[in-house]
Write a protein that binds this ligand. Structure first.
Ligand code: AP5
Length: 214
């Protein structure tokens, strides 16, 4: 099954993606995670992306398109994949359609997670992530078992630089002006499943499973 998670910053894409890939046994392709790893490793890609990401802006389409085209060529993706954070612009969606067409694949479901702005800001201001394994927590709704340490790998969790309030505002502007247009793009393909993203992690997870017929 080939899936896309669509939704504003803080909608729960990464959190629900982790749960879904464990259930379906398919890999998650998160452009945000790939870019953050490149920034941490100081690679050429990371040097290009660092300032753009920290400002809350989108990395150029050709950069992220190249990342996904490479990833889709790997054998792990042959049995299906879950795209988290890609595509984010109509140009990226068009590029993805071309990448899939040349491989004889298509998107089965676009899961559009819907969450109001006030809730998003609260979620991002309390988010903690593990820089080593990528696990995501929240200081009140999903705290680590031991304060400051990742449940999965024991590393110190951190707050993301782009979760500062002024950067969140800019990320929401980017989302509204560019990424939100993708719902209409995929509606034309008949693959959008609207998911209410407010509720417990289990409630949202159940809605997602129902939407994909599982
Ligand atoms: P990216 O990493 O993709 O960030 P994002 O889309 O802004 O999404 P987030 O990771 O902030 O939120 P999420 O929806 O995954 O929420 P989460 O599950 O963590 O991108 C970062 C940057 O990289 C971009 O700004 C851009 O610069 C660049 N980039 C990436 N892809 C790109 C692309 N394709 N093109 C161009 N540039 C690109 O949840 C948030 C918090 O809420 C957590 O604390 C979680 O515990 C909590 N939470 C989740 N669900 C619930 C719930 N149901 N109830 C209560 N709390 C919850």
């Amino acid at each position: 099954m080939n899936l896309i998670f669509l939704g504003p910053p803080g909608a729960g894409k990464g959190t629900q993606a982790q749960r879904l890939i464990a259930l379906l046994g398919i890999p998650q392709l998160s452009t945000g995670d790939i870019l953050r790893k490149a920034v941490a490793a100081g690679t050429e890609l990371g040097r290009k992306a660092k300032a753009i990401m920290e400002a809350g802006n989108l990395v150029p389409d050709e950069v992220v398109n190249g990342i996904i085209d490479d990833a889709l060529s790997k054998p792990e993706q042959a049995g299906g994949f879950l795209l988290d954070g890609f595509p984010r612009t109509v140009a990226q969606a068009e590029a993805l359609d071309a990448m899939l067409a040349k491989r004889g694949k298509k998107i089965d479901h676009v899961l559009a997670l819907e969450v109001g702005k006030d809730v998003l800001v609260g979620r991002l201001s309390g988010r903690e992530t593990c820089p080593k394994c990528g696990a995501s927590y929240h200081t009140t709704s999903q705290p680590t078992k031991v304060k400051g340490l990742c449940d999965k790998c024991g590393s110190h969790v951190v707050s993301r630089a782009d979760d500062a309030p002024e950067r969140v505002r800019q990320r929401l502007v980017e989302y509204e002006s560019k990424t939100s247009l993708l719902t209409g793009y995929y509606e034309k393909q008949g693959v959008v499943r609207h998911i209410d993203g407010v509720g417990t992690l289990d409630e949202v997870g159940q809605r997602i499973l129902r939407a994909i017929g599982k």
